[in-house]
Design a protein around this ligand. Structure first.
Ligand code: GUN
Ligand code: ZN
Length: 437
């Protein structure tokens, strides 16, 4: 592959911006250049300086006046739920039983798994997302289909087969032993292969017996470099049932702590209704609370207090995610727009710089991958999203009155969707236009 030189308005983050005035958290180059070689960013700086270093044969792609950011990261999504999105009228447990579990049964057909995995990654790329932490179904074939499709596209994806041995229909459960053995085999096959990582994925406490949770504990101890992902404190009925099933635990997070699941590589989807003890335990263990605003509003689950988690005396690490198909959109822009409204209902505001930090570097840090992802620093992977703040007539008109970068970002978040994604690059290759023609 020859060198690639990308020109545009480069934007990335060094840490979480405290306010719209927090320029020191932001790295911005008005006429910037990224020199990309073998899928990596090798030089970043003013375009003229980077061009002077590039070989004469470098292909130049000029994205001006658009913004070039690190590709978006989605910290929690269910690829098998593409045909569950927009299922009417149920809260979490009924929604699972009525819509989601029957849908996930279809993945006993490997051809269906391959078709949906491919469609899911198409949608990710169309929406500017280059990395996601993904739940597959209980069937290991669904994880094989997902990983194979991600590998073919060279995408940095994290995924795992869900472990669930109770409170689900026949045909959609495993056993403690089979879940252990299938997970171990998938880790051996996929973890660390190319850009792929495995997440040990007990669906949630309700669908795992204590015997299966012991297997989760054994797997996490044996594979400390794998992620762990599950659901936590999404709605009140779920919490009450969990407390009945695990009466000895002090609270919901305490169930996961008891089985060795608290830790810096552990991602807890939703994490809405938590006590101070649970938040302290999450903070002290470095566990990550994953904010899923479109899902939480759609299912009526509650308002996670992202702002307070980040700035409490013992801060809880946060991530943001679509939670497709409880979540209603593939776009991280739509996600943070809904996140802004959730936090407004909590009486606060997420500043737009912090939103874009969260869906790039913030999520990379939450996934312990910021050394390679979520930045435009030299040495990191060339996963990029190109944003057009004039993508629709209404956005273009509003842009006439925009005077700052923070205002432009807030417009992108508030009005933007897949139409605002001018291009997506995966490991230095065009990805969006390749599928949209
Ligand atoms: N809790 C357990 N499984 C799921 C799921 O698939 N989606 C959501 N939103 N919550 C869950
Ligand atoms: Zn989920």
């Amino acid at each position: 592959m020859s060198d690639l030189l990308i020109r545009g308005r480069l934007l990335s983050f060094l840490r979480r911006p405290d306010s719209v005035e927090d320029g020191e958290a932001v790295s911005y180059e008005e006429d910037g250049g990224l020199l990309i070689r073998n899928g990596r960013i090798v030089r970043r700086g003013p375009f003229a300086a980077v061009q002077a270093e590039a070989g004469a044969g470098a292909e130049i792609v000029d994205h001006r006046p658009h913004l070039v950011l690190p590709g978006f990261i989605d910290a929690h999504a269910h690829f098998p739920q593409m045909q569950v999105i927009a299922s009417f009228g149920a809260e979490l447990l009924e929604w699972l039983n009525r819509y989601t579990f029957p849908e996930e049964m279809k993945f006993s057909d490997p051809a269906h798994g391959r078709r949906i995995a491919s469609a899911f990654l198409d949608e990710m790329v169309r929406h500017g997302t280059t990395t996601a932490a993904v739940y597959c179904t209980v069937r290991p074939e669904s994880a094989d289909a997902f990983f194979a499709e991600a590998e073919a596209r060279g995408m940095a994806m994290i995924a795992g087969k869900v472990m669930m041995d109770r409170n689900a229909p026949d045909g959609l459960t495993d056993t403690p032993q089979s879940s252990h053995d299938e997970t171990a085999a998938l880790i051996a096959r996929w973890h660390g292969r190319g850009r792929l990582s495995y997440a040990i994925t007990p669906r949630f406490a309700i669908t795992s017996t204590p015997a299966q949770m012991e297997m989760v504990q054994a797997l996490t101890a044996a594979h400390p470099d794998c992620h762990v992902q599950t659901h936590l404190s999404e709605n009140h009925a779920e919490i009450a049932l969990t407390r009945e099933l695990y009466p000895d635990a002090p609270d919901y997070f305490g169930v996961y702590e008891a089985y060795g699941m608290a830790g810096p590589k552990s991602l807890f989807g939703h994490s809405i209704h938590l006590s101070e003890r649970e938040l302290d335990a999450m903070a002290d263990s470095g566990s990550v609370a994953v904010f899923c605003p479109t899902s939480n509003l759609f299912l009526g689950s509650g308002l996670m207090d992202w702002q307070r988690y980040n700035r409490r005396a013992r801060p809880v690490r946060t991530a943001a995610a679509t939670d497709v198909g409880g979540g209603t959109n593939y776009s991280m822009l739509r996600t943070m727009d809904e996140g802004y409204k959730v936090i407004a209902l909590n009486g606060e505001k997420i500043n737009p710089l912090a939103s874009f930090w969260q869906i790039t570097r913030g999520n990379a840090e939450a996934l312990s991958m910021a050394d390679r992802l979520g930045t435009l620093e030299e040495g990191s992977d060339a996963d990029l999203v190109v944003l057009d703040a004039r993508a629709t007539p209404g956005m273009a008109l509003r842009m006439e009155t925009v005077t700052t970068l923070a205002e432009e970002l807030f417009l992108l978040q508030t009005m933007g969707d897949d139409r605002a994604i001018a291009e997506t690059w995966v490991a230095g290759r065009r990805a969006k236009s390749a599928i949209s023609g």
